[in-house]
Design a protein around this ligand. Structure first.
Ligand code: SF4
Length: 487
């Protein structure tokens, strides 16, 4: 399909909008060329004459057409971009008969935008902006608003010179077919684990020294993956013990270990986490339907999830998150509702509802498996209704590319719960110092919307073989904070 963008430079937003309506079409982007008479075409055009501008959008596809046109004296810049996008959006809605619930919003952080608009326009003005200007549905507007309000409480726990620590364990027992993450599950990767743990602990020691020298205050720790509980209890104790020994945890408000896969949650693993002082864990069912688990290659059963959850409760954990995925192949709206009901019966502190993302690296995509679309939108609507009725509040939200229907992932929590790390990180409230393969340190200047990133090597074998460079890159943290003080 041709996408003609003529006389304007609003490439990023207009292309994202077109891809939202035509996710499976290969777009051939052309600028300043006349439309072909024969090809399926979307044309977005601005004609300027004196101070007048004429905006035109034409869609001709499969023998059908839709068009929108407007004339005005809108200036260049953000206003003109919104004007062009709105016209394009209206034409795409008219042509496809589809109205995306998030309207014109293509960004990954709707709650962050809501927070900014609340500051600029007040609560009512921010909601009006979402509904009237961004064409977001009233339901999603209320969701973004609720998340933004709930995040205010968590944001107040951050402050100047704060940071969180992220520790990456990029190994999993097996690979789920929807996974696009750099996680390593084959036997040769697992042989790297002992060396990996030793070097990871070295990196954490070096990072702790940097944080201490800079006088940074640690607010939260998150050990994520992969599946950190792929490590054995001794290895996990070593990682957690190193954090306890070398970082100053006196101001640390939360310590999470993502147990993730229920088939890794053995009693000795839970004991290692608990004895190490980590109070928050994640045990992720994704679904309680065994047939769907089989389809997505999760290699565990619903019964294992229930047993893992009970073992965690017996071990004394009170802050447990459970992840679910809406839109899994083979699932239905009724099946998802049953999964949610079973999860609610357990009463975990948090339930995170993800939308299935069909990333190009996922096995189910690379193997071109037939994916029967579930009614994901209805699943999310049902989840919002049931979770709200059950006393959970939305506190964390993000969207990612290739999510079915461009829908969202939302963390729901009982009052007084909710992952601080997730909010600190997603809303970019302070620096995240990250250790391990694939980890990305994000350096944040207080009070300024400016982030600098330091990337670690992606794969464990690279991380191990080039470890000297990993340590050398810690100097960039000093450089960042020195420049900050000088500015
Ligand atoms: S457990 Fe998570 S990180 Fe590991 S393969 Fe499955 S989806 Fe990927």
């Amino acid at each position: 399909m041709l996408f003609l963008r003529i006389n304007h430079d609003f490439a990023y937003e207009t292309e994202k909008l077109v891809r939202e309506f035509f996710p499976d079409e290969k777009l051939n982007i052309v600028t300043n060329e006349p439309a072909s008479e024969t090809a399926d075409t979307i044309e977005s055009l601005i004609l300027r004459e004196g101070c007048w501008q004429k905006y035109t959008v034409r869609i001709a596809c499969g023998g059908r057409q839709a068009a929108r046109e407007s004339v005005g004296d809108v200036a260049d810049g953000d206003d003109a971009e919104l004007f062009v996008c709105t016209l394009l959006y209206e034409a795409l809605c008219a042509f496809t008969g589809y109205t995306p619930p998030w309207g014109l919003l293509t960004g990954v952080r709707p709650a962050k935008l809501m927070g900014m608009q609340r500051k600029a326009l007040g609560d009512a003005g921010a909601k009006r902006f979402f509904i009237d200007s961004m064409r977001v549905s009233p339901q999603k507007t209320d969701l973004a608003f609720a998340v933004s309000e709930n995040q205010d409480r968590i944001a107040a726990l951050s402050g100047d010179n704060c940071f969180s620590l992220y520790v990456a364990i990029p190994f999993c027992p097996t690979r789920c077919s929807y996974c696009s993450f750099v996680s390593h599950s084959n036997d040769s990767a697992k042989k790297l684990i002992p060396d990996y743990v030793v070097l990871l602990c070295e990196e954490m020691k070096a990072t702790a020294a940097v944080a201490a020298q800079l006088g940074l205050h640690l607010k939260s720790v998150y050990i994520g993956g992969g599946t950190p509980t792929t490590l054995n209890a001794q290895q996990l104790s070593k990682v957690i013990g190193t954090i306890n020994e070398y970082f100053d945890l006196t101001e640390c408000l939360e310590f999470t270990v993502e147990a993730g896969r229920p088939d890794t949650v053995a009693p000795e693993i839970l004991a290692a986490i608990k004895n190490g002082g980590a109070g928050r864990i994640s045990i992720n069912p994704q679904t309680f339907n065994d047939a769907v688990l089989e389809t997505i290659g999760r290699k565990h059963t619903a019964a294992q999830t229930l047993a893992a959850y009970q073992a965690a409760v017996d071990a004394g954990f009170t802050d447990i998150n459970m992840d679910l995925i809406a839109g899994l192949p083979g699932d239905t709206a009724e099946g998802f509702a049953r999964t949610l009901a079973q999860t609610l019966a357990l009463q975990p502190a948090e339930i995170t509802v993800h939308t299935l993302a069909l990333k190009s690296a996922a096995t189910m995509v690379t193997e071109k498996r037939e994916i029967v679309a579930a009614d994901t939108c209805a699943m999310l609507d049902h989840a919002a209704e049931r979770l709200t009725a059950s006393g959970y509040q939305p506190y964390y939200m993000y969207r990612q590319s290739r999510c079915i229907g461009n829908l969202e992932n939302v963390g729901w929590a009982k009052p007084g719960f909710g992952s601080l790390y997730n909010v600190f990180m997603m809303e970019e409230l302070h620096t995240v110092l990250a250790c391990g393969a694939g980890a990305v340190t994000k350096l944040k200047e207080d009070g300024v919307n400016h982030i600098e990133r330091i990337f670690n090597f992606k794969y464990p074998y690279e991380y191990i073989s080039r470890f000297t460079e990993v340590l050398e890159r810690k100097d960039k943290i000093f450089e960042f904070y020195e420049n900050k003080q000088g500015s």
